[in-house]
Design a protein around this ligand. Structure first.
Ligand SMILES: NC(=O)c1ccc[n+]([C@@H]2O[C@H](COP(=O)([O-])OP(=O)(O)OC[C@H]3O[C@@H](n4cnc5c(N)ncnc54)[C@H](OP(=O)(O)O)[C@@H]3O)[C@@H](O)[C@H]2O)c1
Length: 387
C-alpha cells in the first residue's frame, strides 16, 4: 500500500480508502448486508494496508455503520481511522446533533469517530448548520473527544463549496465527487485545488462514477487498447486521481472481494506523477470521446432555470446524455425514476417555451423533454436526435 499526506495532519492515509456504501448484500436488499462477506472484505483491506473507512448514518438503510462496527471487532478497530457522517436532513433541532452522534458511536461500537463529516452539504444545508449552531455542537464533541476531526462532504456548485471551505477555519478535511469525467462538476478540479491549498485533506468519492468508469464502454475501448501500458478501466480512473498531489485518499465503494483485491493492487503501485504526459492525454481523449456521445449539448449553465413548471432541465439532460455516454440506458432509466423527483421530471414540461431564448446552446428544450420522458420514463427506444 502507498500512503499519502492527509492535509496538515501528522498522519498518513492509505491511497485507497474503503467506502462502506456498497457492501455485499443478500437478496438484492440494500439493508440486508452479507455480514460474513463484508467482514471478510473489511479485514482483508486492513490486513493489506487500508487505514481509512468511510461510512454514514444513512448508508444501507442505516445498517452500514453497524456492519462496519461488527467487522472491526477483534482488534481491527484500533488499526484504522473511521469516518462517518451526520445526516443534516435528519437534524431538526440542535439537540439532534448529540442524539445522532451518540447513536453512531454505539452502532460503530467505538468511543470516538476519527473523522466526522457533515453529510452532503449544499447551500441550504450549510445555512441550516449555521442557524442551528451545529458547528458549536461539533466543537463540544471535538473537545470531549467523541470526534477527532471535523469535515464535510459536498454536493453543490463551486461557489458554495468555496463559501463552506472559507466559512469555518478549523476544517481538517472535505469530501468531493471527482473523477476524470467530473472535473468541472460540483467542486471539480478547481475546488480540489482550492481546498488543498488551504490545507484541507481532500477525500475523493465516486472515483469510478459509481462504477460507470469501470465498465468496458465500447466508445472508450479502442483508446484504452492503444496505450503502451495496458490497464483495466478502473485502474486508469484510479491512477488518474492518485497522480494528483492534491488528492489525499480515494474512496472506492467495492462490492466484491475481487474488486477490493484489484483496487488494493492498483493502490500499491500508485504515486503522484505516475502517469506520463501521453497517458494523461489518453485519459483526456477518453473524456472527450465519451462527452462527444452526448446527444444534447447542455453545459448545465442553468440559464434556463427556473422553469415556471418546475422542470429541472439540466438534470433531465444529464440523465439522458449519460445513457449515451456510458452506453447504459437502463441505468439512466433507474436514475430518472429514483433520483429525479416527480415535479422535476421531463414529463412536467408543458411546452410553454419560456426557456428557449435563454439557452446559450439553443437547445430545443421543449422538443427534447417529451422524448426524454418517453425513453427514460416509459421505456421507449433511445433517440439520438430530435427534429
Ligand atoms: N458523502 C457523500 O455524499 C457520498 C456520496 C457518494 C459516495 N460516498 C462515499 O464514497 C465512496 C465511494 O463512492 P462510490 O461507492 O460511488 O465509488 P465508485 O468507486 O465510483 O463506485 C463504486 C462501484 O464501482 C465498481 N467497482 C469498484 N471497483 C471496481 C473494480 N476494480 N472493477 C470493476 N468495478 C469496480 C463497483 O460497481 P458494481 O457494484 O456495480 O460492480 C462499485 O460498486 C462510497 O462508498 C461512500 O463511502 C459519499
Amino acid at each position: 500500500m502507498q500512503y499519502r499526506h492527509f492535509g496538515k495532519l501528522d498522519w498518513k492515509v492509505s491511497a485507497l480508502g474503503f467506502g462502506a456504501m456498497r457492501l455485499p448484500i443478500l437478496d438484492g436488499k440494500s439493508s440486508n448486508i452479507d455480514q460474513a462477506k463484508a467482514t471478510e472484505m473489511i479485514r482483508y483491506a486492513i490486513d493489506n494496508g487500508v487505514n481509512y473507512f468511510d461510512t454514514a448514518y444513512v448508508y444501507h438503510d442505516q445498517k452500514s455503520e453497524g456492519a462496519v462496527g461488527l467487522a472491526l471487532k477483534d482488534g481491527y478497530r484500533e488499526r484504522i481511522k473511521i469516518a462517518t457522517k451526520l445526516p443534516i436532513w435528519l437534524v431538526k433541532t440542535t439537540a439532534d446533533f448529540n442524539r445522532l452522534l451518540n447513536e453512531q458511536l454505539e452502532r460503530l461500537q467505538t468511543d470516538h469517530i476519527d473523522f466526522y463529516l457533515l453529510h452532503a452539504l449544499n447551500k441550504g444545508s450549510w445555512q441550516k448548520i449555521l442557524d442551528l449552531n451545529l458547528i458549536e455542537e461539533a466543537e463540544k464533541a471535538l473537545a470531549d473527544g467523541r470526534i477527532r476531526h471535523l469535515g464535510f462532504s459536498f454536493h453543490d456548485k463551486l461557489d458554495t463549496f468555496k463559501q463552506i471551505v472559507d466559512g469555518y477555519d478549523k476544517w481538517t478535511f472535505c469530501q468531493i465527487q471527482y473523477n476524470f469525467m467530473d472535473t468541472e462538476f460540483q467542486a471539480g478540479k478547481e475546488g480540489l485545488q482550492y481546498a488543498a491549498a488551504k490545507g484541507l485533506a481532500v477525500v475523493i468519492m465516486e472515483p469510478l462514477r459509481g462504477g460507470k468508469l469501470a465498465a468496458d464502454i465500447p466508445a472508450a475501448r479502442p483508446l484504452w487498447e492503444s496505450a503502451a501500458i495496458q490497464r483495466k478501466p478502473a485502474d486508469w480512473a484510479l491512477q488518474w486521481l492518485w497522480n494528483q498531489p492534491e488528492v489525499a485518499v480515494v474512496l472506492s465503494g467495492m462490492s466484491t472481494l475481487d474488486q477490493l483485491k484489484e483496487n488494493v493492487e492498483s493502490a500499491a503501485v500508485s504515486s503522484i506523477g505516475l502517469l506520463s504526459a501521453q497517458e494523461l492525454e489518453l485519459v483526456e481523449k477518453v473524456n472527450k470521446e465519451l462527452t462527444a456521445r452526448s446527444p444534447i449539448p447542455c453545459t448545465a449553465c442553468e440559464y434556463c432555470l427556473p422553469c415556471p413548471h418546475g422542470v429541472n432541465i439540466p438534470r433531465n439532460f444529464e440523465s439522458y446524455n449519460n445513457a449515451a455516454m456510458y452506453n447504459d440506458v437502463n441505468d439512466s432509466r433507474m436514475d430518472y425514476k429514483m433520483w429525479i423527483s416527480d415535479p422535476e421530471k421531463a414529463s412536467e414540461c408543458i411546452q410553454c417555451d419560456e426557456c428557449l431564448d435563454k439557452c446559450p446552446q439553443q437547445i430545443a428544450i421543449s422538443t427534447w423533454m417529451p422524448v426524454i420522458d418517453s425513453v427514460l420514463g416509459q421505456g421507449q427506444p433511445f433517440v439520438e436526435k430530435v427534429a
